[in-house]
Design a protein around this ligand. Sequence first.
Ligand code: C5P
Length: 234
Amino acid sequence: MGKDVIVACDFDSREKLTAFLDRFPEEKPFVKIGMEMFYALGPDVVREVKARGHRIFLDLKLHDIPNTVKKAMAVLSGLDVDMVNVHAAGTRAMMEAALEGLTRPDGSRPLLIAVTQLTSTDEERMRRELLIDAPIAEVVMRYAANARDAGLDGVVCSPLEAGKVHETCGAGFLTVTPGIRFADSAKDDQARVTTPALARQIGSDYIVVGRPITTAEDPAAAYRRCLKEFVDNA
Ligand code: C5P
């Protein structure tokens, strides 16, 4: 599986999204559409971005009973997206149902990855509110192993965890990693950041990059810089 850069399109209107995509006359970046845009604009936005020739990671983080997730996944699969996700906390039965729902009659399906513990949940909250006593790193690896055992393709994680996830779940298990910043750019609200080059070194398969590209004066140039650091640099 080749490495790639996924651009997080966190916009609140179709106009902003279209203006952004218009800045890419040559390349067709892999884009991430999240809850905000999907809930605001509906499935049409997915069809439109797909029609422009982009691959799409639909980041809706499903988490419900297995049967509901299976049926919702069948709908998303019909939208012809390339990658979708669920919360590993939904358990193996839910992840297996998600895979089943995603698989099209011809056997093809989008990639399915799992969110382990959200980075907004720390060890203290896990212990106090969720009554999970294990260290957070262990919980993340266990959730990743559950996702692998359920047949999923990978997990969303920090680039700093990518090496360990590959060790635990195998080299072919995908790591999709946000929290990326250029060495010389603002961290914004991300606490621990990694450069595209370091993410490559640690073993991320896909980096998810938002503001360093979406707010750049020349987004296409920033995107190319990411590709160069993450994909081209051997
Ligand atoms: O703008 P920035 O590069 O920080 O955007 C990163 C993207 O990755 C956002 O869409 C954010 O919601 C997502 N994300 C994250 N950290 C996680 C999971 C998802 O930054 N742990």
